[in-house]
Design a protein around this ligand. Structure first.
Ligand code: SF4
Length: 332
């Protein structure tokens, strides 16, 4: 095991969506471990399964989606193991928003337009019995929103979501997710819908919060700059599979999977002279008909004989650095 003290362990997870067009094989044998207190990043292009993986952690996959098989364990404290797949719906509701919270990409869709921000903060606290009732919760909501960097929280507590800008809405959503002081915060592209100044403020806030509260953060992003700044461990996802996992410095210094190399070459860098930005040819495959063997093979310039026939195993190429690619078979 990579972590001495894991907070989440996922083994051989499969998630499929049963659509009219066919079965979308969205997650294909994903295994990962998140260590308590670290920032673990899932990176990859849109549609590669990052959000589906994160939602599966608390069984938030809704029909036509389904967890086909796999194990998901949550460890609220060292040695105490909860099998997420065996929890009832009621037990899951107690876990979500209390032990494990989410911040989603678009705050407009995570906030209820019919209720004030204060009510929504109070509701989550009252549901988990952190406060006695909604009235008590609304009083405490001001402090919660202040802690989530909400300017003029006393006024904003009475505001409806439509009265707030995108940045203020996201701060409100952050307030709701942190109201019950979760142990694990899952931030799914939390700043993608915001302008760069607000992005920087929110990421800085999450970093400080993590240091202060000892929170564990699962950050989902396609922004390699954010990965470099925020993460301890990075897992690169492609077409529903983890293709490489490593501590952040190692991944940037020594990327091994051709897809990771392509992602890093596609990052714009200011070097003073004009360079043509590289891109990975092709697009993410249709997961109703995923390519056989290595799912990346139609786009890979290194592909050779076994690549289009056999799925590459995950090989540990150095300590805590794993890669799923036939190029490294002998080095494992
Ligand atoms: Fe490329 Fe083959 Fe490695 Fe897949 S297994 S990334 S096709 S070299």
């Amino acid at each position: 095991m990579r972590c001495k003290d894991p907070i989440i362990v996922v083994k051989d997870l499969y998630v499929y969506f049963y659509t009219y067009a066919g079965i979308v094989q969205a997650i294909n044998s994903v295994s990962l471990e998140i260590c308590r207190g670290e920032t673990y990043c899932l990176v990859g292009e849109t549609g590669c399964g990052k959000s589906v993986t994160s939602k599966a952690l608390t069984r938030l996959i809704k029909p036509p989606g389904r967890i086909e098989k796999g194990e998901i364990y949550y460890y609220p404290e060292p040695g105490k193991k909860i099998d997420i797949r065996k929890l009832s719906e009621e037990e899951l509701r107690e876990l979500r928003g209390y032990e494990i919270s989410y911040i989603f990409q678009d705050p407009s869709t995570s906030l209820d337009p019919l209720y004030t921000l204060g009510y929504q903060v109070a509701e989550t606290m009252a549901f988990h019995k952190v406060v006695h009732n909604i009235k008590d919760g609304i009083r405490k909501a001001v402090v919660v929103l202040k802690n989530a960097m909400m300017p003029d929280a006393e006024t904003r507590v009475k505001a409806y979501p439509h009265e707030l800008s995108g940045g203020l809405k996201q701060r409100g959503a952050i307030g709701i997710s942190l109201a019950n002081q979760p142990r694990l915060l899952i931030a799914d592209e939390p700043t993608t819908a915001l302008d760069v100044t607000i992005q920087a403020q929110i990421m800085d806030f999450l970093r400080k919060l993590k240091e202060k509260e000892g929170l564990t953060l699962l950050l989902i992003t396609h922004n390699m700059g954010l990965v470099a700044e925020m993460c301890d461990t990075v897992a690169v996802m492609y077409a529903g599979e983890i293709v490489e996992e490593a501590p952040v410095e190692i991944l940037f210094k020594n990327p091994m999977h051709p897809y990771t190399k392509g992602l890093l070459k596609a990052v714009p860098v200011h070097v003073g002279k004009k360079v043509t930005l590289q891109s990975i040819p092709g697009t993410v495959p249709n997961l109703i008909f995923p390519p056989p063997g290595c799912r990346f093979h139609p786009r890979c310039s290194y592909k050779f004989d076994p690549c289009d026939k056999k799925r590459p195993p995950m090989i540990e190429v150095e300590e805590n650095h794993k890669v799923a690619c036939w190029l490294y078979e002998k080095k494992g």
